[in-house]
Design a protein around this ligand. Structure first.
Ligand SMILES: [Zn+2]
Length: 310
């Protein structure tokens, strides 16, 4: 009975800037802080950048978590319902959470797919996806920059008093992403075009390849839901030998076994671990950048790829 009342009181308080309820069911409020929930680490990073200290962001997925396979837990549903605004990647990246997102939107929550501000014609639509778009847009930093628009709009709608603040921060975020894109272009050009072949576990790097001039080959296709078959493995081994690829790469959110086996069969080294669908651990510093940030993710990947293929 007591827990029933607790739930009702908490639920009634939703919609305010409620952080949670104390032992007596009283709503705990943090003045002026907008409660936001994000799905992937990349989306959470973007919201933190634009929101600054006006927002408190809870991310559902941590480092190393595969969003294609991720299912919302009971604790996640609580985080989602307590948020004033929810941001997710969209384009079916969070394939098994789509239903939850639709339900949230129907329940009048403010739910945004950050990728909705990218013009359709900029999205890739590989044959293997049967009419769906490739969701891995963050690896083209210029495309990811366009997602700032959705975040700015969503935060401003939920917190109109912060509109000017969000707009000012959004300008800075776009500038930083421009600088990161320029850095990435220059880094990629350290490799001659013939050496820019990226072999990884799954097809997360099509936008990366288009933006920075790499031919990309993933063993598993766009989603990790389907595992690679024997024919895929043989084909990839032949490709690596034929193109004299110097190194192939494992991903932090996909089990490395298949790539390790291909590395043995093809006689090619594993050039390192890349971040694909999740960023690294916050506070882990490499060459001066934090692997738990979007900038750190992009810089780690390019440095690893260029270093191994040189
Ligand atoms: Zn993926």
């Amino acid at each position: 009975m007591k827990s029933g009342i607790f739930t009702v009181v908490c639920a009634a308080a939703l919609g305010l800037a409620v952080v949670g309820c104390d032992a007596n069911g009283r709503a705990l409020e943090t003045k002026g802080v907008l409660r936001v929930t994000a799905t992937t680490t990349m989306v959470a990073d973007l919201v933190r950048q634009v929101g600054g200290d006006r927002v408190e962001v809870a991310a559902l997925m941590g480092p190393g978590v595969d969003p294609h396979l991720y299912k919302a837990s009971a604790a996640d549903v609580v985080k989602l319902t307590q948020a004033r605004v929810v941001f997710y990647n969209g384009l079916l990246l969070e394939g098994k959470m789509q239903e939850v997102m639709v339900q949230m939107a129907r329940a009048n929550s403010q739910v945004y797919a950050v990728t909705e501000s990218i013009p359709q014609e900029k999205l890739l639509e590989p044959d293997s996806l049967g009419g769906h778009h490739d969701p891995h847009v963050w690896f083209d930093v210029q495309l990811w920059k366009q997602c700032v628009d959705t975040v700015e709009r969503g935060l401003s709608a939920a917190d109109p008093a912060g509109r000017a603040d969000y707009a000012a921060r959004a300008v800075q975020v776009r500038l930083r992403l421009d600088a990161l894109h320029t850095w990435a272009l220059a880094k990629a050009q350290e490799l001659p075009p013939a050496k820019r072949i990226l072999v990884t576990s799954h097809d997360a790097y099509n936008y990366f390849g288009r933006a920075y001039g790499f031919q990309v080959v993933g063993l598993q296709g766009i989603s990790t839901v389907t595992e690679a078959g024997l024919a895929d493995v043989t084909k990839l081994v032949d490709f690596i030998k034929e193109h004299q690829v110097k190194a192939i790469f494992v991903e932090s959110s996909v089990p490395p076994d298949a790539i390790k086996r291909i590395s043995q069969d093809a006689g090619v080294k594993v050039g390192g671990e890349l971040f694909s669908d999740a960023m690294g651990t916050p506070g882990e510093i490499e060459n001066g950048y934090d692997l738990g940030t979007f900038e750190g993710m992009i810089k780690h990947n390019l440095t690893t790829i260029v270093g191994a293929l040189k």
